[in-house]
Design a protein around this ligand. Sequence first.
Ligand code: SAM
Length: 211
Amino acid sequence: MEQNLKGALELSGAEACRDYYRDWAATYDSGFAQGMDYRLPAHVAAAYLGAGGDGPVLDVGAGTGLLAERLCEMGFQGQIDAADFSAEMLEVAGQKRLYAGLFQVDITQKLTLERAYRGIVSSGTFTAGHVGPEAIANLLQVALPGALVALSINRRVWTVAGFDRTLQALADAGQITDLRLVEVEVYGAAAAALDADHAGDRALVALFHTV
Ligand SMILES: C[S@@+](CC[C@H](N)C(=O)[O-])C[C@H]1O[C@@H](n2cnc3c(N)ncnc32)[C@H](O)[C@@H]1O
């Protein structure tokens, strides 16, 4: 079976998702990311840095490390750790030598990491067939007070999966502040030739501070 975006977005359950990325790790950058002109990591990096983000920062669902690549290209010099439940994706990320720590964890479970973070970033992980809003509470547990969080959430799941309600409830409860949403394009023009159904996908980058 050839791994692709359509298959990834139709995944159901953690085990299926982990298996899919095990088989996708080797071709994710050269096939999917290049072919689709995948711009989301750059948008998240720009939003995080533009809002004054610094390190140490945890990249959640880091995959092959595209978000760390964009952060470093944009001049970020702080420590970046990676969290992902796919050992194979983390192995590709590790080869890029941009992450200080690589943690194989399931972010839908309570996280016990070695340190707490001044920032949390994520691109592409909160989308169909992947991770829902229930994981956000786990991320807050590993963030220092006042940490900056920048998470991409695909438009297709924003309301239907309840990301809007979860973030608003956290804001209403005073657990997060300064919630802002930046809408961005997930892919560039080249994507239309590869996957016309998803080429026009948009995501919201949710930016907020922990308290
Ligand atoms: C679409 S990829 C995004 C990778 C990278 N952030 C990017 O933008 O290229 C989604 C990543 O989330 C990871 N992932 C999915 N569910 C997860 C979970 N419950 N816990 C940790 N990682 C998960 C997958 O292994 C995969 O590497």
